[in-house]
Design a protein around this ligand. Structure first.
Ligand code: GUN
Length: 293
């Protein structure tokens, strides 16, 4: 029997645990606050930002969404980040990516105070992950790690193959799972678009993490019998029968792959729901740290 890892259920579990921590902060007069900046009109970005705002409201966190026109200058955006860095009511800051081409994404990320970097994208956060220093784990990799741990999937000594080398998912999840730490201790291989004979790597995976951004890229012949498959993809594909004209689907050909594996995340309904709750978790952590300073 294949275990279908239910991201919604596990996210609800994490959410319940956050409720007590938020209540404790509020008792001390602190309401965790998240500032979200969005530049331009990207529909997927707008939808993610809306979901983040709703989840903050649901948990009783403060949130502020700053919607900026695509024409905003880099300087004005950096000024806004500087103001948020200095605002004590703001514990977490994120700028939804991508930003328009005239703005340097790395400059924007680096402008955020690392103590408020709840996305975990700042070079300081990335460095901390690499050396195993507790800091903000980026939300999607953190969600993957929680899914594995809370599903009782052993990572120690296992061969994890990550397909995708993005700064948001591939590189940080690889750095996290290779650490000498519980929920880690894996042997990790990172594959990417230039990897030669990709299936020869993916077939070695005890745990296969697909973070490519291409619908149904991972087919049954690429998966070892008994593997655990984590699908990070949420791709929009045209679907005239759907109300919105599209549906979301993963990087893994779920129906073909699921029979071969020990456990698999669906997409949607796997990693996605974890990502947003781990962002909330980082925001609460940021508030706890600010209070104990
Ligand atoms: N764009 C896609 N994923 C993310 C994310 O997790 N955070 C931000 N800021 N932008 C994104």
């Amino acid at each position: 029997m294949t275990l279908i890892i239910d991201g919604k259920r596990i996210a609800a579990e994490v959410k319940d645990e956050l409720v007590d921590r938020i209540a404790a902060l509020k008792q001390g007069g602190v309401v965790p606050g998240l500032a979200v900046i969005i530049v331009g009109e990207n529909p997927a970005s707008r939808s993610y930002v809306r979901m983040k705002g709703r989840m903050c409201a649901d948990l009783g966190l403060n949130s502020w969404t700053h919607e900026l026109p695509a024409s905003i200058s880099e300087e004005d955006l950096l000024d806004m980040i500087d103001r948020l860095n200095r605002d004590p009511a703001v514990h977490g800051i994120l700028c939804q990516l991508p930003v328009p081409d005239h703005i340097d994404e790395n400059k924007v990320i680096s402008a955020i105070d690392p103590e408020k970097d709840v996305d975990g994208f700042h070079p300081v956060s990335m460095g901390r992950i690499l050396i195993g220093d507790p800091g903000f784990r980026p939300a999607t990799p953190a969600g993957i790690q929680e899914l594995l741990v809370r599903s009782g999937i052993e990572t120690s000594g296992k061969h994890v193959v990550v397909v995708g080398r993005s700064n948001i998912v591939g590189k940080p999840i690889a750095a996290m799972l290779v650490q000498k730490a519980s929920g880690a201790n894996a042997t990790v291989t990172i594959c990417h678009s230039r990897t030669r004979d990709l299936p020869s790597f993916t077939r070695q995976a005890d745990i296969l993490i697909a973070a490519i951004g291409r619908p149904h890229f991972i087919t049954a012949d690429m998966v070892k019998e008994g593997a655990v498959v984590i699908d990070v993809g949420t791709n929009r594909v045209d679907d005239p029968t759907a109300k919105r004209g599209y549906r979301l689907t993963g990087d893994v050909d779920f129906d073909a792959v699921k029979g071969r594996c020990k456990a698999i995340t669906p997409s949607p309904g796997g990693v996605g729901p974890m990502t947003i709750i781990m962002l909330m978790s980082n925001t609460v952590l940021a508030a706890e740290r600010a209070r104990s300073k």
